[in-house]
Design a protein around this ligand. Structure first.
Ligand code: ZN
Length: 322
């Protein structure tokens, strides 16, 4: 409650700023490139958007440069998305840029758990009930124990919640709503423009969701698994009734035994494609792909041309599963 009030007070203070500087676009900073797409769709020409995490960087372990901290002093709004680096850096952003309101656009999103293990089956996955212990090389190993000892790797797993909320239309709609509402408070004169921008984006999100629902509805139950190096597609998978399996183990490169288990799982599930993203090494994905006689295909969860990219990714997933 206290923080909400503080955010509101900071946003209200911005209204005065916006009125005084109407000729200039409102300087807004976001954490990652997909958010810049959402913010521009909502804010249009009334805002100027900067992205904190540069292309190619790992958003989980990212550390802003001093020059970025200095540049942030010009920003009037910061749209946080809940990606790992923010936990350590948002307080520093607030201290360095007292005139900037930080808006947590993921605040109203109910987060899901990260996929703990590729071979750690939930009761509701299609192949639940297969005898796990008998068909993996690490017979008898205790999943609960090795989960507990796993480190944080590149940052996933604090609270065990999945931070990749920008990769499913329904979650994006919640973020865009938070952006719209914050922009209206910060720049009341633009309220109609922000509502119109949001409405157009929301319509596109609805159309995308309908299209992807149609695409994935055609897949039979036994062809609904896809394998990725880094498990960025948890919300996407949930939305379309798919199962995401990860090569990575809780944000870390798999050890040799774990890699063997991944390969085993991939073979059993008839996986033919390992999806990788440009921000991470493809070394382990290459090993798995070679072992199963499959292919490595790049899909980018961080692309700035969000809408077109989502269609591209969906087509790649569909091609790999059908
Ligand atoms: Zn990630």
């Amino acid at each position: 409650m206290k923080r909400s009030f503080a955010v509101f007070a900071a946003l209200a203070a911005l209204a005065a700023y916006a009125a005084a500087a109407l000729a200039e676009p409102l300087p807004v900073t976001v954490s990652i490139a997909p958010q810049a797409y959402f913010a521009k769709r909502v804010g249009g020409d009334r805002i100027a958007v900067s992205v904190m995490v540069p292309a190619g960087a790992d958003a989980h372990t990212f550390e802003p440069k001093p020059s970025q901290m200095a540049a942030l002093q010009k920003a009037r709004l910061y749209f946080a998305v809940g990606i790992d680096f923010e936990a350590a850096w948002l307080p520093r952003f607030a201290a360095a840029s007292p005139g900037m309101a930080i808006v947590r656009t993921d605040e109203k999103i109910v987060k899901i758990a990260m996929v703990p293990h590729a071979h750690d089956h939930d009761a509701d996955t299609p192949d639940a009930g297969h005898d796990h212990a008998a068909d993996t090389p690490e017979v008898g190993h205790d999943h609960a124990a090795d989960k507990a000892e796993s480190g944080h790797g590149h940052g996933h797993g604090h609270e065990g919640l999945d931070p990749h909320v920008w990769l499913s239309p329904a979650q994006v709609k919640i973020q865009a709503t938070a952006m719209r509402d914050a922009l209206i408070i910060a720049d009341p004169a633009g309220a109609d423009a922000y509502r119109a921008g949001y409405d157009a984006l929301a319509a596109d999100l609805g159309a995308l969701n309908a299209k992807l629902t149609g695409i994935f509805a055609q897949l039979p139950p036994e062809r609904r698994k896809f394998m990725v190096f880094h498990p960025a597609w948890g919300y996407f998978a949930r939305q379309y009734g798919l199962t995401q399996e990860a090569v990575e183990r809780e944000g870390k490169e798999p050890g040799p035994g774990e890699l063997a288990a991944v390969i085993d799982e991939a073979k059993k599930d008839g996986v033919r494609v390992i999806f990788v993203q440009p921000q991470f090494s493809t070394r382990n994905a290459d090993v798995v792909a070679k072992a199963i006689g499959g292919a490595v295909v790049a899909v980018d969860p961080m692309a700035g041309d969000w809408l077109a990219n989502m269609e591209k990714v969906a087509a790649a997933f569909q091609a790999a599963m059908k």
